[in-house]
Design a protein around this ligand. Structure first.
Ligand code: ADP
Ligand code: MG
Ligand code: ZN
Length: 559
């Protein structure tokens, strides 16, 4: 049967080969195994149920959360000459009845419905009376409380389904399954481990970039000037930003449209259509724009400011390059973005949820400060099961700077965090390291600390950035809540012990070692190590790889 599937791939769709995971998914479904396919956005999940639907006898029922998605899918199937339809609330009652009757008469190979349709006795009677080829849950993460778009109606289909007399093979498809969601879906629709296909989240055609310290509007104007005919989306965090940017760019003569929830439905529909039909090349939008828009040739997604979490970021950025061609995902970062997101989170009345959102926000902030591969950072965030190499094209992979050994500087920062009782954030820690006579420093009597003024040759800004870097790389954690207070991690302890170097990328031109390794530094490290040694009841030379003598005065490495 798989030969037949390949034939359909060539003849109906005109594609030369399967994409990763497609063949496996199709094979399992054709073998009548309930199957879960986890593939990235644009990975080609529709084919995974469409080809079995065309191969097996009977009607395929596709459950889809969005009415606009259904229409696009049905139009696409029509263009291949396949009999398909959708039944949903956008149709008149008479039209719905008509399509239901046509379905009962076996007129359709594919019928798209929203989950709520399973509450209708007429619909249930109909699917009980006809041969079905398969039932597919598109965007299956909606089934799970752990998913980011939980739909109770999705979940409640399951018990109803089990009562269908001639229940066919079931299939679930999603791009955004975490381990919890995968487990949930597997249990709900009885998928065995061997029938889970997970190609991971990686979108190899996307390149991720973070731009800091540039005028954002200027950057965008230059960017659009370079590629005037390519389609792309610019996401803003607020309607006001969208309006202003739109005004500015259209005034400069760019073919830009806008989309946000403050516009009328008519205006939004028009803007969307203009974009899909390439009347405008740039869409400036809030996150209201995107879900259910199937435009495959989006070449770039620029975030005008940092979004609230990695989930949203990856979903929005992932709208680039759905055709498999390169997509450029640019995040324009400024530290004010963090305050804006905090403010937005504060609007939520739910305290538990707030905590969770602050934690997710911190992961997003760390993404902006990390020096590791951005693609790998994202995949790690989602616990991607597949092995991955650094992407070689993100801003961190292509950084032309040099690695500088910052171990001693890190030790000073970490010492200072500890001395301050692990209760404060990056800003105040930077002040103490710098030796500032700020009001707050005095208030907490931090000028009495041994780490006060230990790094005088750095500016507060540089120190703050360095602390953010240490946080992004996992040496410091930030705890929960609105104002992150820095805490040492296990990795920090091994840095202090001298077991782990801290390397940081710096611009080759600005490379300079600013630290004076003065007596204050040596003394500080001595004391800190002594207290760690005392806590663990071991002689220092056992704990510190660079401590060769019991006397803690002469162990410091010079490398
Ligand atoms: P998903 O639902 O996983 O986000 P789609 O099913 O909408 O992705 O497919 C994304 C695009 O990839 C569509 O334009 C589709 O026609 C195309 N596509 C799917 N499978 C293949 C293939 N094997 N070869 C080439 N293009 C494909
Ligand atoms: Mg899809
Ligand atoms: Zn990379």
């Amino acid at each position: 049967m798989i030969q037949q599937a390949e034939k359909i791939l060539h003849q109906y769709y005109g594609y030369s080969s399967f994409r990763p995971g497609q063949k496996e998914a199709i094979t399992h479904v054709l073998d009548q195994k309930n199957t879960l396919a986890v593939m990235p956005t644009g990975g080609g999940k529709s084919l995974c149920y469409q080809i079995p639907g065309l191969t097996l006898q009977g009607t395929a029922i596709i459950i889809s959360p969005l009415i606009s998605l259904m229409k696009d899918q049905v139009d696409a199937l029509h263009s291949y000459g396949v009999a398909a339809t959708y039944i949903n609330s956008s149709l008149s009652h008479t039209e719905q009845q008509q399509r239901l009757r046509d379905m009962e008469n076996g007129r359709y190979s594919f019928v798209y419905v929203a989950p709520e349709r399973f509450d209708s006795p007429n619909f249930l009677a109909a699917i009980n009376s006809i041969p079905l080829s398969l039932i597919a849950f598109d965007e299956a993460h909606c089934i799970s409380q752990w998913g980011h778009d939980f739909r109770p109606s999705y979940r409640s289909i399951v018990p109803t389904l089990k009562k269908v007399a001639n229940l066919p093979v079931l299939m679930a498809l999603t791009a955004t399954a975490t381990q919890e969601v995968i487990k949930d879906i597997k249990e709900l629709i009885d998928v065995e481990d061997t029938n889970v296909i997970n190609t991971g989240f990686a979108r190899d055609n996307l390149s991720f970039r973070i731009i800091k310290g540039r005028d954002k509007r200027e950057f965008i104007s230059e960017y659009l000037t370079q590629i005037p005919n390519e389609s792309g989306i610019i996401y803003t965090a607020t309607r006001k930003d969208a309006d202003q940017l739109h005004y500015l760019l259209t005034k400069k003569g760019f073919a830009a449209g806008k989309y946000h929830a403050g516009m009328t439905e008519h205006q939004r529909k028009q803007a969307q259509m203009d974009f899909v039909q390439d009347e405008i090349t740039t869409m400036i939008a809030t996150n209201a724009f995107g879900m259910g828009i199937d435009k495959s040739n989006v070449r770039y997604v620029i975030h005008y400011s940092m979004p609230m979490n990695i989930e949203s970021y990856y979903q929005e950025a992932g709208r680039a390059g759905r055709d498999g061609e390169p997509g450029d995902c640019v995040l324009l970062f400024s530290s004010q973005d963090i305050n804006l997101q905090r403010f937005l989170i504060d609007q939520s009345p739910n305290e538990e949820k707030k905590k969770d959102e602050y934690t997710k926000l911190q992961a997003m902030v760390n993404y902006c400060h990390t020096h590791s591969c951005l693609q790998q950072y994202i995949l790690d965030y989602f616990d991607d099961p597949t092995e991955s190499e650094p992407c070689g094209k993100c801003t961190n992979c292509t950084h032309d700077g040099e690695e500088q050994d910052m171990t001693k500087e890190a030790q000073m920062v970490l010492s200072c965090v500890k001395r301050m009782g692990e209760r404060f954030g990056a800003g105040l820690t930077a002040k103490v390291l710098k030796g500032s006579s700020d009001q707050k420093v005095k208030q907490f009597r931090f000028q009495d600390l041994s780490t006060y003024g230990i790094m005088p040759n750095y500016t507060e800004k540089e120190l703050t950035r360095f602390i953010q870097f240490l946080t992004a790389e996992g040496y410091l954690s930030t705890g929960e809540g609105r104002y992150p207070s820095l805490k040492l991690t296990n990795e920090a302890v091994s840095v202090i012990k001298g077991n782990q170097p801290v390397l940081m990328l710096v611009e080759s031109t600005t490379k300079k070692q600013k630290t004076e390794y003065n007596e204050q530094y040596f003394e500080e490290l001595r004391q800190l190590r002594k207290s760690i040694a005392d806590e663990s009841n071991l002689p220092p030379y056992v704990i510190f790889s660079d401590a060769t003598l019991k006397d803690l005065t002469i162990y410091l490495p010079e490398s």
